[in-house]
Design a protein around this ligand. Sequence first.
Ligand code: NAI
Ligand code: MG
Length: 334
Amino acid sequence: MSRKITVIPGDGIGPDIVKSALAILEKAGCEFEYEFVDAGLTALEKTGELLPQATLDAIANNGVTLKGPLTTPVGEGFTSINVSLRKRFGLYANLRPVKSFKGTQARYDNIDIITVRENTEGMYSGLGQKVSEDGSEAEAMSKITRAGAERIVRFAYDLARREGRKKVTAVHKANILKSTSGLFLKVAREIAEEYPDIESAEMIVDAACMRLVMNPEDFDVLVTTNLFGDILSDLCAGLVGGLGMAPGANIGKDCAIFEAVHGSAPDIAGKNLANPSSVILAAIQMLEYLEMPEPAERITRALADVIESGDRTTRDLGGSHGTTDFTDAVIERL
Ligand code: NAI
Ligand code: MG
């Protein structure tokens, strides 16, 4: 029986770039059965809810989800759908790989970095959010647990071993955030001892930003807390040509959601201008998760070849073609 996968086409450019990724998966011979469900603005319009129960059920039942970007309406008391999904399904690890593709207008062509971001704690835990009545003061709580830190740091080292990577750098701010970042760093040092075969490093987050821009080749796996991981992974995406080239996986104990890192790009939605690479790369991450390395490698090669040749690339990659032409170019190479 073929594997069943939940697909959320999403909002804005979502449906077009997800369609592109599914066509490429099909051409690569992946026989999945898809269950299409809605979330975000599309769901709100159809059902009155951002995250309908049927969507939650599909995500839980199928275990693996491919998701387009979702629009969270601003200023109407809606919490971010992505944050809700991560919490609800315990998706504690956010993996954001960036790899150089020749032919982009990126500054570097030798980058292969993966950020392993803790996805449920820290500044984004949503705890203790308060604004005083007169609006003059605001506060929020950051919470790090030993269990949460251990789990994410182990995840990073296990990934490094599995993928034959050489080095794990723990990024922190323990010199100032002594309690929270301090606990994270302490745990990272302890776990590092369990992995003598992998080089361990640690770096303060601001210094890491500078080093990433100046010497990105010094980095391999980064492991860090929620807020730092959010920022660092976008910085890394910038090193390889921007958000159009950046996928992300949200992984929990028995559930995983694969997505583009960027948003629904309302400015270019419906214009056939979006670069589908981020969702294609997310689909590749999904294949790796499902232990299907063969189609993952084939799609990676086809995508790299299209980008390098500059044959039919999208505007953000320096080309003048649309989402559909770009997709066709990848499909022809498969
Ligand atoms: P955005 O990432 O949608 O767009 C930022 C800029 O990048 C825009 O100029 C856009 O045209 C461009 N861009 C994004 N993806 C592209 C692609 N694949 N190809 C070519 N250009 C691309 O960020 P923005 O505008 O701040 O957010 C729009 C909406 O997306 C908001 O409602 C926000 O809440 C949501 N969002 C959703 C995310 C998710 O579902 N994972 C993540 C970030 C934002
Ligand atoms: Mg972000």
